[in-house]
Write a protein that binds this ligand. Sequence first.
Ligand code: ARG
Length: 461
Amino acid sequence: EAGALWGGRFASGPSPALQALSKSTQFDWVLAQYDIRGSKAHASALAAGGYLTADELAEMRAALDELAARVADGRFVAAEEDEDVHSALERGLIEVAGVQLGGKLRAGRSRNDQIATLVRLYLLDRAAVLRELLLDLVEAILNQALAHPEAILPGRTHLQHAQPVLLAHQLAAHAWPVIRDLERLRDWAGRASASPYGGGALAGSSLGLDPRLVAAELGLGDPLENSIDGTSSRDVVAEFAFVCAQIGIDLSRLSEEIILWNTKEFGFVKLHDGFSTGSSIMPQKKNPDIAELARGKSGRLIGNLTGLLATLKALPLAYNRDLQEDKEPVFDSVAQLEVLLPAFTGMVATMSFDTARMAELAPQGFSLATDVAEWLVKQGVIFRDAHEISGELVRFCEERGLELHEPSDEELASISEHLTPAVREVLTIEGSVNSRVGAGGTARARVDEQLERLAERIAEF
Ligand code: ARG
């Protein structure tokens, strides 16, 4: 049987139905080069343990390099009957090196410690790619913020006009979660770098091999302390899927704003033609499909995480074949983000803002009522009363279709003796924004500092 790693105790070969179910090469082939690197490292550990001569080691490593080259250019591929990437590659090694040498490599290791290690190596590489893509995104957000240092936007809570804020402040609010995603990937990489290799099937090896040799050659940290844990835990995989899901959620929240801002009713942003799509029937349409796909894919990323967690729940130790189900969801999460992020970043980098429209809407909806209340507090009115007075001013204006700065001096005085004409000083958008000088606030000075710190954080990764 081509590539079968077992069979001695079986009277018959596997049924076609079992083979079809069990086979994983259609998705684990992406691990092939990692498997070969692991095999080269394992060969060195075998030689150090006295199981391969120096010549055999050299020959084995050369054969593995040859196999890697054949895999890379497609001369060696998984066959229909290969159960998984490990089986296929042993078949390939024997093709290159012969069974006398190739048949020695499997001593002292199991697919269980192999696969647990390979998925870490793969995800560590993907994490490095994701880091670059996320940095591109934060830079695009930061550049948009820097390009609009003074633009004002109606800040919202409950999607209602709340208080005016700087556009740069709002944009940066979408950058910080991505910085935390970058931190998460970095923290995750620390845990993911421990090596399960050497754990064998579950109980460790009796051959006296040094798992530190393998770990070091693979660029990993110390071997895991417990071979049962090492071969059966997938929390590192689930955590990676979580980080992907959180990235998706962070993108989906910016997406939702872009989708709203891009409507006729808001009219805050225009998307670049290269990053928006048309309709097959309505010639006038220009749709924010990238943002919608980001929003949609965030659901898929959450699904990948929850599916994986459900697979892991209550799974007894040690290895169970259920664990083969860890790969497709997390591989899918990676693939989705790798295709989504460049498009998303392009959309962000090229969108243009209608700052006049945003400034026009910013004072509407009584968004300066809090400023009136806080101005009253500065005049010595207790906040409870100030809130009431400001609320009465809002009601007065709402009933008459006025904005807050529009009532006459007499009308102001009729609402409260504390509402002197001087209150109009805070009834400008710029005055409101620039009064919010507290830490993390929307005053220009604070936002400028914030953007500098954001640039520093970007440089950290
Ligand atoms: N294809 C398996 C997986 O992905 C590799 C480990 C198989 N181990 C086993 N004892 N069948 O988990």
